[in-house]
Design a protein around this ligand. Structure first.
Ligand code: HEM
Length: 456
């Protein structure tokens, strides 16, 4: 089988580059080989970045999105997660999990998101710098657990939060991420080994999730519309409910896919807004034009805030590529004949860095999204087709509401002057160091709003 041309360095060298410094590796490949090339990253993978190739890949029925290709996530999300399924089984899983993520449900989550963001920010103090990503992880995790899973802010949730955070942090650096990519690093020698520690944390999470499921079984409530209740009420074609393992794996999938990615995206947005004073100033003008207690949906429609969020996900897309697609029948892509079994990655990162679509691609310019509309094959931070992110409406709403809630009330600065670099964190691309920030104080416009409200 002939594959598109690609780098000739030994496989293990390419794999190390892919894990350790994926952006440099991809930039070099695209510079030398263009729109489509073959990378040897554990196995040969055809990587595409031209919008036409992405469109053909997503719309052709000669390709599919196989669950088995996502096996590196199995240790985290389990075997019964929707990302592990293909075809009809995958479709069924999505149908079951989609309702709480529909646009109209977002209205119900708006106030909760603003309240959680305000609560997390209220704990910041002037003399203690904080890491934006960690603070945002707390926000996004509480949003998923409370809004989507319907868990009360009680002792179980308080136990679950730190365990989940440290579980996700275990793939926090490129070296730690290797555990997911290289099978022989997956050795369980108890707390002596990174893998063993990850398994231990995994078991603690399982215990807490199973306890929540058990409690819901004992006290069923037909009026609940959260995702755990919907899944527990669902029956398959034989009238069977989902098992505890199935419920656990789907919950872990949503937690894993939803909390880290959104927290990273918000941390990046904080970085860009405070790194570029003109962006911050323009945004504050827009936010100050809102009245007292604006409706969350009104915030979500603000054009400049929306453009900042779009540009944030363009310049460093948190998910560097879509899930793998695989050729089922011989197919032609950008003039290359691909045989069954060929694995394809659409590189979101490379598509978003194309000069022909985004002039001066390394510059952060929200205006591009006000000046022109991009097609779903040119701008694709949430992927597309049968595996398109199910949490995209929630993620976008969260980004906007958290930024607006915090920036309207607090004066923040970056704690370090030097530019923040992007680095691999598990399967995502995050800011190295998580963006250290400091609180200067409350904003004057906020104080003015408060004194008007209290009649002073
Ligand atoms: C900024 C935040 C987020 C980004 C950048 C993002 C990005 C992505 C991308 C690129 C994919 C793969 C799509 C494809 O292969 O076509 C994906 C899939 C997925 N995302 Fe997100 N996502 C985000 C937030 C969320 C949230 C908040 C949730 C849910 C709570 C979520 C749940 C999922 C799930 C379950 C899948 C797998 C879908 C499937 O296998 O069918 N994501 N996401």
């Amino acid at each position: 089988m002939t594959l598109p041309d690609g780098p000739k360095s030994p496989r293990f060298v390419q794999l190390i580059q892919w894990i350790g410094d994926p952006m440099t590796y991809l930039d070099k490949c695209a510079k030398q080989y263009g729109d489509i090339f073959t990378a040897q990253i554990g196995r040969p993978v055809v990587i595409i970045n031209h919008p036409q190739a992405v469109q053909e890949m997503l719309n052709s029925n000669a390709l599919h999105a196989p669950g088995k290709a996502n096996h590196i996530l199995k240790p985290i999300v389990g075997e019964q997660s929707m990302v592990m399924f293909s075809g009809e089984r995958h479709k069924r899983s999505r149908q079951l999990l989609m309702p709480p993520f529909h646009g109209e449900r977002m209205r119900n989550y708006g106030k909760l998101i603003c309240d959680i963001a305000a609560d997390v920010a209220s704990k910041w103090s002037v003399d203690r710098p904080f890491v934006a990503r960690s603070a945002m992880q707390e926000v996004t995790m509480r949003v998923i657990l409370q809004a989507v899973f319907g868990m009360d802010d009680g002792p179980r949730l308080q136990q679950l939060r730190p365990v989940l955070a440290s579980f996700v942090d275990m793939t926090g650096s490129p070296l730690q991420s290797s555990m997911l990519f290289v099978k022989w690093l997956q050795q369980d020698w108890g707390s002596w080994s990174p893998w063993g520690r990850m398994k231990q944390q995994g078991r603690k999470i399982d215990d807490l999730i199973y306890a929540e499921i058990e409690e819901r079984r004992l006290q069923p409530d037909a009026n609940r519309t959260d995702i755990l209740s919907l899944m527990m009420a669902a029956r398959d074609e034989n009238g069977q409910p989902m098992t505890n393992e199935e419920l656990r794996d789907e919950l872990m999938t949503l937690l894993f896919a939803g909390h880290e990615s959104t927290a990273t995206a918000i941390a990046w947005a904080f970085y860009w807004i405070h790194h570029l004073p003109s962006v911050r100033q323009k945004l504050l003008q827009e936010l100050d034009s809102l009245g007292e207690n604006p409706d969350p949906m009104e915030i979500s429609r603000l054009p400049y805030l929306s453009a900042i969020c779009q540009e944030t996900l363009r310049i460093y897309p948190v998910a560097m590529q879509m899930f793998a697609r695989e050729v089922l029948r011989p197919v032609e892509l950008m003039g290359h004949q691909l045989e069954p079994g060929t694995v394809i990655f659409a590189s979101i990162y490379l598509t978003h860095r194309r000069e022909d679509l985004y002039p001066e691609p390394l510059q952060f310019k929200p205006e591009r999204f006000l000046e022109r509309q991009f097609s779903p094959y040119e701008y694709l931070p949430f992927g597309g087709g049968s595996r398109r992110c199910i949490g995209l409406a929630l993620a976008q709403l969260e980004m906007k509401l958290v930024l607006a809630t915090i920036l309207r009330d607090f004066d923040l600065v970056l704690a370090e002057k030097k530019p923040v670099q992007a680095k691999r964190r598990g399967v995502t691309l995050g800011p190295a160091g998580g963006v250290r920030m400091a609180l200067l104080g409350r904003r004057r416009s906020q104080q003015k709003r408060e004194s008007v409200a209290s009649g002073v």
